[in-house]
Design a protein around this ligand. Structure first.
Ligand code: NI
Length: 161
């Protein structure tokens, strides 16, 4: 287990499409364990493999109920809508409001290659969709609905932490 270097804005890898995972081996498990350490250290809600420089379709999410690992995820359904505050560990300090579905159902593989389905609502849906976007090289702040916080709002946010 180790903390990996975060890739941040300006690194072209964040725009690239990640490839499917084919081998569910010790190397993948090490990546997943390191991603968990890195997410914890960064105090984040979600992390995609590309954010630590690995172009594989892998992300993890932890909204406070433990980590769920998603490998080769497919979005099966989305529903509803929520406008919520969002940031990204690869774009430090760049908070804004974004409109996303309020519900998502994803089919993915676990670390042993077994398929499962997971549903998310609210923050969980937001995180699952944000991280899925990373796998296709999407950047949250370029979403048409994204509105960056003003400096005043940012100040308020920071003083609240
Ligand atoms: Ni992100």
């Amino acid at each position: 287990m180790a903390i990996r270097n975060m890739r941040i804005e300006g690194d072209d890898i964040l725009r690239k499409k990640s490839r499917e995972v084919e081998k569910f081996d010790a190397r993948l498990w090490e990546l997943l364990d390191d991603m968990a350490d890195t997410l914890k250290e960064q105090n984040g809600v979600g992390l995609a493999a590309v954010q630590v420089g690995v172009l594989r379709r892998v992300f993890i999410v932890d909204v406070g109920e433990g980590i769920t690992e998603f490998i080769n995820p497919r979005t099966l359904a989305t529903g509803g809508s929520q406008t919520v505050l969002e940031g990204c560990l690869s774009f430090p300090g760049q908070w804004g409001m974004i409109t996303r579905p309020n519900y998502v159902r994803i089919r993915a593989q676990d670390r042993h290659g077994k398929w499962f389905e997971a549903e998310g609502e609210g923050l969980m849906a937001q995180a699952m969709l944000h991280e899925s976007g990373h796998l296709d090289g999407e950047v949250f702040k370029e979403d048409p609905s994204f509105r960056p916080l003003s400096e005043e709002e940012l100040e308020e946010l920071n003083s609240g932490e």
